[in-house]
Design a protein around this ligand. Structure first.
Ligand SMILES: CC(C)(COP(=O)(O)OP(=O)(O)OC[C@H]1O[C@@H](n2cnc3c(N)ncnc32)[C@H](O)[C@@H]1OP(=O)(O)O)[C@@H](O)C(=O)NCCC(=O)NCCS
Length: 181
């Protein structure tokens, strides 16, 4: 499928509800059978809208980007900032990266990650880390983007053990696109 033309830009307060929708839709598509059902059921549009509105308003350590298509509106989001665990040797981190499931495979994830790296660089960072659920197919996306598996850990979510792995980029550059197949 062809890439969708999107503009990657900083999120504005009026984007919060649409960001929340993309985030929830992507979680509901990705995590059933992977993350605790109670966690997925507990996500509400109101709660997520409030969360993203507060993050955008705060203009703090977490920056929020959106992928905005002139025809389709917001079809993806990412958030980023300083690494939460500096001991791994990476100074920047992409905290979240979610594409609307209707638009997977159309170049939006790559465009968001590329711009997340540009934003980190503007903020003075030189490398990047991303944590993912160990059973999430996103790990193959990160490998395709040049990320290397650099750490593994176990987190607890709603009383369930969740295996996670971290992908790292020592420089803020993505792997080139693979040749046309
Ligand atoms: C993972 C995700 C962000 C990727 O975004 P996307 O828009 O679907 O990916 P793109 O179309 O930009 O793909 C870029 C490249 O990665 C490859 N790729 C994407 N997903 C892949 C996968 N699951 N396995 C292997 N390769 C993958 C594509 O083939 C493409 O390669 P190319 O540029 O050489 O042709 C998106 O699918 C998503 O939101 N998934 C669900 C939520 C999620 O898991 N987020 C990450 C949380 S840690």
């Amino acid at each position: 499928m062809s890439n969708l033309a999107v503009q990657i830009r900083q999120a504005r307060q009026e984007d919060a509800a649409k960001i929340a929708q993309v985030y929830i839709d992507s979680w509901h598509d990705t995590y059933p059978g992977v993350l605790p059902t109670a966690l997925l059921c507990a996500m509400t549009s109101k709660g997520q809208t409030a969360r993203w509105l507060a993050t955008i308003r705060a203009q703090g350590r977490e920056s929020v980007l959106v992928a905005d298509s002139s025809d389709e509106g917001i079809v993806g989001m990412a958030s980023l900032g300083p690494a939460r665990d500096g001991s791994l040797g990476f100074d920047g981190e992409v905290y979240t990266l979610y594409v609307d499931p209707s638009y997977y495979g159309r170049g939006i994830g790559r465009a968001l990650l590329q711009n997340a790296f540009l934003t980190l660089r503007k903020q003075g960072m030189t490398s990047c880390l991303i944590w993912a659920h160990a059973h999430n197919y996103a790990r193959y996306f990160y490998e395709a983007m040049g990320g290397r598996l650099v750490a593994e850990r176990s987190a607890m979510l709603m009383g369930e053990k969740v295996p996670e792995c971290a992908f790292g980029w020592k420089t803020l550059a993505l792997a080139e696109r693979s040749p046309a197949r």
